[in-house]
Design a protein around this ligand. Structure first.
Ligand code: APR
Length: 253
């Protein structure tokens, strides 16, 4: 029953994308778990199931104990920088090349949609650069990693100021890409949500800007009731099947 049901839902999703444009994707950490990066709220496995984000990933935590902040976050941020795009990232980039998506609005900082070739709005920032909290100068994130690898507890700018990541931490204002995303979504006919619990505002309010909603997520979300189609399955296999349903070439694992 489940497989037949999913087949019907994929036909609906394919039809939505063919008949209603412009369409965008909105992704969260669940699109990158198949690249080996943990998400935040998967029952029993997510990072915030084990740690309090206010304690380890907030502006306040960075100021209170910068050495602990960097020790904790670099453990998974290094993984983000070393990970590779998976089938879901590749399929979304293929949908864009086929003219069925305008691009991807992502909450992820891992850069994997960019690496897969999508047009991306990184509403929670990225791990390519960092900036000085004293003189605001920007540096490659690699320079920061070099300092840590050379034994520094807290990475610093040549001016002596502490460096901070160019990601949106808890307690930060939203970045420019978030405001650009709200603009591009005006008039959006279909928003395809992939791998997000849709629990963290203001991004969790973006689905309200779209005329129609489609959700591919392993677990239920607060928007399931109002979505035109909801598929509670893994992103990689589901998006590869969507490409097949659209008679598009497989974009690979
Ligand atoms: N395929 C489909 N869905 C998946 C997969 C997968 N392979 N792996 C996980 N999921 C689902 C989980 O069931 C979960 O509902 O993806 C969702 C991920 O939700 P979260 O962990 O809450 O991640 P996200 O929605 O991106 O969180 C938003 O919260 O902590 C902040 O800044 C952080 O950007 C993050 C924001």
């Amino acid at each position: 029953m489940k497989r037949v049901e999913t087949g019907e839902k994929l036909k609906t999703l394919a039809r939505l994308l063919r008949e209603h444009q412009p369409a965008f994707a909105l992704t969260g950490a669940g699109v990158s778990t198949e690249s080996g990066i943990p998400d935040f709220r998967s029952r029993g496995e997510g990072l915030w199931e084990r740690y309090d984000p206010a304690e380890v990933c907030s502006v306040e935590a960075l100021h209170r104990d910068p050495a602990r902040f960097w020790r904790f976050n670099l453990r998974w941020w290094r993984g983000c920088r070393e990970a590779q795009p998976n089938a879901a990232h590749r399929a979304l980039a293929a949908l864009e090349r086929a003219g069925l998506l305008r691009g991807v609005i992502t909450q992820n900082i891992d850069g994997l949609h960019r690496a897969a070739g999508s047009t991306v709005w990184e509403v929670h920032g990225h791990l390519r650069t960092c900036r000085c909290m004293r003189c605001d100068r920007r540096h490659d994130f690699a320079c920061l990693l070099e300092q840590i690898d050379d034994g520094a507890d807290v990475p610093r700018c040549p001016c002596g100021g502490m460096l901070r990541p160019d990601v949106v931490l808890f307690g930060d204002a939203m970045g420019e890409d978030y405001w650009r995303a709200t603009q591009v979504l005006t008039g959006c006919q279909v928003l395809l949500v992939v791998g997000s619990s849709l629990q963290v505002y203001p991004v969790a309010g973006l689905p309200r800007l779209a005329r129609r909603l489609a959700i591919v997520n392993r677990e239920p979300t607060p928007y399931d009731e109002e979505a035109a189609v909801v598929i509670h399955r893994a992103a990689g296999e589901t998006l590869r099947s969507l490409l097949a349903e659209l008679e598009m070439e497989d974009a690979g694992p």
